[in-house]
Structures are given as structure tokens and as C-alpha cells.
Design a protein around this ligand. Sequence first.
Ligand code: ATR
Length: 283
Amino acid sequence: MPISARTKVVGLLGYPVAHSFSPPMHNAAFKALGLDWVYLAFSVEPRWLPAAVAGIKALGFMGVNVTIPYKESILPLLDEIDPLAELIGAVNTVVVKEGKLVGYNTDASGFWRSLKEEGVDPKGRQALILGAGGAARAVAFTLLKQGCSSLYLANRTYHRAQELAKTLEKAGSIPVKAFPLEESSLASILPEVDLIINTTSVGMESKGGELPLEARKLETRHIVYDLVYNPPRTKLLELASSRGCRTISGRSMLLYQGAEAFTLWTGREAPLEVMKEVLDSLL
Ligand code: ATR
């Protein structure tokens, strides 16, 4: 459908956003349902975030997705926060409802749906989460709710991991320990856990870098999940595969968090097969 004066606009706010597959995924979904909507990606420098958020309303957008590094910092800029997003402390989807910006978190259900699809039950498992940002919050609260028996958080900025650990311990009744993201701390945690989830942007196409994880500490019982989906085989997943671990890429979480956002914006069920095909063709 050609873009016209009536086309409804949604988009992505993040920094950077060039790596994102959300635009092709959502645009294919709009097309499949014959919706006169368009999804655009906006690379917003931190100093422009408040202006960009005001612009969602000012320009009459229907909503946005929010990604690194704004999933937490956007909260005070919104009019209302859905209770789940409030509990998690992170928003990845904003819907404009009667002129108000309402924040939601679809990362949590997207992550949970992807785990179920993979047949991974967190109940009774011990998990290590790398990162302590917005995506880590969604993952951590999901694992808490689904019965993980203990959580380890490792983050470059140690105090963020400490703060998140405190919040999680208050919300649940399992031990949550915080560590700096360093080789020595990961080496001591790995023998304790069976599920390892990278929620940092390390390994992303546009960013690169490597996690301080020693290959020989990985064992076949470890399930390694990288929320990064571009590239589909990150260095972390390559490393884990080479050690015989089961690996999960961020593709299905991207799909399911996107599908729920699509429904929040349009009120329509997302055409999952179409969205999946787009991701398959890109990855
Ligand atoms: P969001 O809220 O969208 O998840 P974020 O809060 O910036 O974005 O979170 C990104 C995560 O990736 C954080 O855990 C961040 O670590 P810091 O808290 O130290 O910033 C992590 N991260 C980003 N770049 C990193 C890098 N080069 N090395 C290690 N961790 C990194």
C-alpha cells in the first residue's frame, strides 16, 4: 500500500537502531493484513530522548517500540505504565491511547513464549543473567515468576546488578546474587548454573565485542540463550556450540515480543508466519 497522508506511523526509538529487524518484520505484517501503517526506525541520541518522546504525541504516531539504551529511562517520560511494565521497571512498547503515552513490556512474555517453544522449563533451575538493563529486567522477572531456584546477575556496571538483585529479592523469595561482569566472577558462577542468558548488547552486529567468558568453563549441561539476534550465531553461541551446549538465539523472542506489540497497536492478531518468514530471510 503506498504511503499517503492517512498512513498510520509506528516506530522504534533506540541508539543505535541500524541493526534492527523490527522495521521489515512489522512492515511485512502490515502489508499481509492490508493495514495502511508504516514502521520506521529512529536513532535518537540520549539528549534528544525527551523531545523524541514528546514527538510521538505531537506527530500523531500510534506508538513505538523502545530498545537499548532507553527501556528504563523512558518510564518517567510516559503518562501511564501498565502494571507488568511497572513491576519489571522497563518498557519496550508504547501505545498512544486517547492522547496518552502508555508503556508496556512485551519482552517478558516474548521471552517466556520463546522458552516454551524451546521446551525449556526454568522451574528449579539456576540461571545466570549477563546484563542488568531493561531486557535483563524482563528476563529476570520472567525467570522469577516461572520458578527459577536462584539467579546470578553479572553486569559491567556492578551497582546496576546490585540494585536489580535487591529489587528481585524483594519481589520473590529466591536468592539473587550480583557480580561484576568479569572473567573471574563468571568462572565461579558457571559451575552453579544451568541456564545462561546474555541480555547485553555485546556481540550485536553494529557493536561487536566479546563477553569475558572462558570457553572451557562451559559444560554440555549449560543451555546458552543469547537475546542478540543479529548476527544469528553470535560469538557466545558459537563458543557454546563448540562446547556441546544447547543454544538459543534471540530470533524467537524478537518475533513474539513484536507480535504482542503489533496487537497492542492495531488490535489485530499478528500474522506470525509472515513475520517469521521475514526473519528467516534476513537471518
Ligand atoms: P536496555 O534498557 O534497552 O536493555 P541498557 O540499560 O543500556 O539498555 O542495557 C544494556 C545492557 O548491556 C547493560 O547491562 C549494559 O551494561 P552497563 O549497565 O554496564 O551499561 C550492557 N552493555 C552494553 N555494552 C556493553 C559492553 N560493551 N560490555 C559489557 N556490557 C555492556
